[in-house]
Design a protein around this ligand. Sequence first.
Ligand code: SF4
Length: 327
Amino acid sequence: MNHVYALSAYTRQKFGQRVQKIPLDAGFSCPNRDGTISKTGCIFCNPNGSGSGFGIKGMTLPEQWQFWRDIHTKKHNLSLFTAYLQSYSNTHGPIEKLSDTLAQLHGLEGLTSLSLGTRPDCLDEAKLDLLAAQRDALGLHEITLELGLQSASNETLAHINRGHDANAMAEATTMAAERGINVVAHIIIGLPTPTGREGEAELLNSVDFINQLPIHGVKFHNLYVCRGTILADLHANNEYTPMTKPEFLDLLSTALMHLKPTTVIHRLNGNPLKDELIAPDWAANMRGLHNDIRAHFKANDIWQGKNNGAESGPPDWFSPGYQGATP
Ligand code: SF4
């Protein structure tokens, strides 16, 4: 049984085959780290950031593309690829930087779609217009913005030093959707609050929030504590207690059952680097956690949208082989 509308199913239905993401590091920064908003960052953020680090090593975007494309072509015989601008906030700064970055994508072999990780407060009409125009210029089938919402609670967002409120997400999502640009929302399960940790009520509030926006997909993350973060200090002072695995499985299940069944699931859990993880231990074993999630869904009859439009069972489009119209 397919319990969720997974990205792999969506991709196969839309493109007829797997589309491999290629991570690209374009050397962007983050306003919550470079001093535009703050220098400390979100309290869970590892200052090493995410991504390959190839940009720091001086590799151009076409060189990074070639490196990964060669691997995937030889290993898996793949031909369709998504350029994934992953590290930090890839629409932060002057529009010329974004324009220069997009110009480097012209002519990349196999380029099918573009994904950009960024913050909702790093987007405006001009940048979105530029992205929409480049979709046609680059011959892309789709552009996706991965936007960190994390929580729809402004109290939580202030507590984690996010530097924007939930309304910024609503505005950015609406502006993107008006231009046919997909938005994938990131939600973190288990965030600290001034009085403890977000639980079911706060998580359902976040799911309700994105259910009401033109959101295309979601990435769920379980919060874990990494070295070099403010959260690590809170944890060391017994001011933050990570979720147990059963707590996470229950919260994730509740969120999924309330999520619209047409929202594409890009991830169900985070993937910490082993030498940077402090707690909880169970977060280190991503494959094991994946298996535990599947087993939990199966044992408890959990599927996406069970409490929100798909009460009678998982819809047909959860299957990668579904031939009907994409929902
Ligand atoms: S927005 Fe992202 S990169 Fe910036 S501080 Fe927060 S988690 Fe780190």
